[in-house]
Design a protein around this ligand. Structure first.
Ligand code: OMP
Length: 238
């Protein structure tokens, strides 16, 4: 089975999403990420539409609140029938366990499969300097991401979001089936934009990513389908 290449559908209107997906001959091959920009605009109806197209769905809302609030939000999300969801690991182990319990409850209530719960470690836009001087983290990046991933693992998460630069460290310490989902993916010719901890699809593949997330290099390309094939080729063949 192919490893997921998750396309970040960071569009500000529905017709752009429709145009984008309609260009693909078989959208049921796609894994799509619905993030805050699209979900806050289109709501749960966008999930139903993606399901109708047969896409695998990553609902990336990065929940971060007190445990009870996160649990109740996850009860709702669990009923949508998506495949992956996110929380912030910095909310701590009680919040992560509550998220897991809420997802299980919501999925069971509506007879949906339980989505994989992914904990965001340090965002790929965070540099070593910001980690130290603005977040005032006590640990350097590799150890910080490993500590957060270890906590997420122990709290029952199915995986983490990390950058490709931490993959080797995580793979040394965590089980092979613990998901490491990697955004901040760029091929040489592409702009990094606001991403700081960046790597190519083949580096992510070689270092053990379970899935990669790619947005603007595909969605803003002159030919998005050709860009998707280009990313797929380097991701799947390494
Ligand atoms: O949770 C995420 O998906 C995420 C975590 C992270 O650390 N960095 C990150 O870029 N993302 C998401 O991944 C996507 C990356 O988009 P591009 O930079 O356009 O490829 C965006 O939708 C981000 O919200």
């Amino acid at each position: 089975m192919e490893k997921p290449l998750m396309i970040a559908l960071d569009f500000d209107n529905l017709s752009s999403v429709t145009d984008f997906l309609d260009a693909f001959p078989d959208p049921s091959q796609l894994t799509v990420k619905v993030g805050m920009e699209l979900f806050y605009q289109a709501g749960p109806a966008i999930i139903a539409d993606m399901k109708k197209r047969g896409c695998q769905i990553f609902l990336d809302l990065k929940l971060f609140d007190i445990p009870n609030t996160v649990k109740q939000a996850m009860v709702q999300i669990g009923q949508l029938g998506v495949n992956y969801v996110t929380v912030h690991s910095l909310g701590g182990s009680a919040m992560l366990s509550a998220a897991k319990a809420g997802l299980a409850e919501g999925s069971a209530a509506s007879n949906q499969p339980v989505p994989a719960l992914l904990a965001v470690t340090e965002l790929t836009s965070i540099s070593d300097d910001v980690l130290k001087n603005e977040q005032h983290a006590a640990l350097p990046m590799q150890e910080q991401v490993l500590a957060l991933a270890t906590m997420a693992n122990q709290a029952g998460c199915d995986g983490v979001i990390c950058s490709a630069l931490e993959l080797k460290t995580l793979r040394q310490h965590l089980q092979p089936d613990f998901l490491c989902v990697v955004p901040g993916i760029r091929m040489k010719a592409d702009q990094s934009g606001d991403q700081v901890r960046v790597a190519s699809p083949d580096q992510a593949a070689k270092d053990g990513a379970s899935a990669i997330v790619v947005g603007r290099p595909i969605t803003k390309a002159a030919d998005p389908v050709a860009a998707w094939h280009r990313y797929q080729a380097t991701w799947q063949n390494n």
